[in-house]
Design a protein around this ligand. Structure first.
Ligand code: CMP
Length: 369
């Protein structure tokens, strides 16, 4: 009950509160100072700030007893929470506006510190966690591109200073001045406020623009690649976990599991889903890791659960589906498609022999019925 309430607060109440508070801060900045609207919006920001402080207090208080078993005192546990990434975000968000109101010379500007509340969105976002892992994974490649960017930037600014300083001393009179043109050109933003006038300056401009596009293309490629690798890795780990848990694969060695993980993929299915219908072409078989499916056969439907498999008869006998199969409980399944089934038959004939024996047993049971 308490866990459900906490989830409701974390996933619904806090995001709503933060969104409302941020909205009030943004719209409040358009109001005429000291007008009734100004007071209303800023009061809303204060209300949210107070609620976040109360929430932080409760979380700190509640953290006692949730630390490592032998960590010691309740205050040690509370300190563990405060110094965790989640705790630091909670503290920063809770003190942002009070601190802003204390520190900023213009009282109105203190409300702008509500912007730190956006950190609360990051806490429960799996996408942000994924992005951070991708950035860490690709950090070496990203850093080398950044270094390349910096080298081209310095060369561009120095070259432009050399070529354009006499024609446009205002914009290119020193290397630091030329840096504005270099960064705008290299990032392919091109405001057009500073344009080289000499022929050599324009030639340099062209090269820098092309260099900028190349750097960003490399950057995008590296990030896209790291993303897909990270997703593949996550998939692999999840499939591994399910294969190791599936009792059908229980006696296998690690090398054999590694073989199977390459051929199989995990699928979570909701209750009520029809996996396939009688008479359809059979393109895959399913191992049930958790949950339950129902096979629609006569005289009465048969329920299959963890450790069992379904959909093998069509693959083994090269025939249409012999029955409709639907999922009766939320289930985790491992899917082996027909091409990989054939490959597994070559690599692990003993596994396929067990599946074939069961398919033959089910077929004769159905014929007898
Ligand atoms: P398939 O024929 O591909 O599709 C329907 C599936 O239901 C079948 O494979 C078996 O996996 C399963 N099935 C059919 N008959 C029985 C049975 N008597 N007992 C358990 N499962 C069955």
């Amino acid at each position: 009950m308490k866990a459900r309430l906490q989830r409701l607060i974390d996933n619904t109440a806090i995001p709503l509160l933060v969104t409302g508070g941020l909205g009030a801060m943004v719209v409040g900045s358009t109001a005429v100072p000291d007008s009734p609207q100004d007071v209303q919006f800023h009061s809303a920001v204060i209300v949210v700030a107070v609620l976040l402080l109360v929430d932080l207090g409760v979380r700190i208080w509640d953290a006692a007893g949730r630390g490592v078993a032998d960590a010691g005192t309740p205050w040690h546990d509370r300190w563990l929470y405060i110094s965790s990434p989640d705790g630091m975000i909670d503290v920063a968000a809770a003190i942002a506006v009070p601190l802003g109101l204390l520190l900023m010379p213009h009282f109105r500007d203190g409300y702008l510190f509500a912007i730190f509340w956006v950190m609360k969105y990051l806490q429960h976002s799996t996408g942000v966690g994924l992005l951070i892992r991708v950035a860490i994974r690709a950090r070496t490649a990203l850093m080398s591109i950044f270094t390349l960017f910096f080298v081209v930037f310095l060369f561009a600014a120095t070259g432009a200073y050399l070529l354009e300083r006499e024609a446009q001393p205002e914009a290119f009179g020193s290397v630091p001045r030329a840096m504005w043109w270099a960064i705008v050109t290299l990032s392919t933003t091109g405001y057009g406020d500073v344009v080289p006038q000499t022929i050599w300056g324009r030639l340099l401009d062209g090269w820098v623009m092309v260099g900028g596009i190349a750097v960003f293309a490399l950057w995008a490629g590296i990030i896209a690649n790291a993303f897909s690798e990270e997703l593949r890795r996550r998939d692999f780990l999840r499939t591994w976990d399910l294969v190791a848990r599936a009792s059908f694969f229980q006696d296998l060695t690690t090398a054999a599991i590694a073989d199977i993980v390459k051929l199989i993929h995990a699928r979570d299915v909701r209750a009520g889903t029809v996996l396939f219908r009688r008479g359809q072409y059979g393109d895959a078989m399913y191992f049930i890791v958790s949950g339950e499916v129902s096979v629609d056969i006569r005289p009465e439907p048969k329920r299959l659960g963890p450790g069992e498999f379904v959909g093998e008869m069509a693959l083994v006998h090269d025939a249409p589906r012999s029955a409709t199969v639907s999922v009766t409980e939320p289930s985790s399944l491992l899917v082996l498609d027909i091409a990989n089934f054939r490959e597994l038959a070559g690599r692990r004939p003993e596994l396929i022999a067990t599946i074939e024996a069961e398919a033959a047993r089910r077929r004769s049971a159905n014929q007898a019925a």
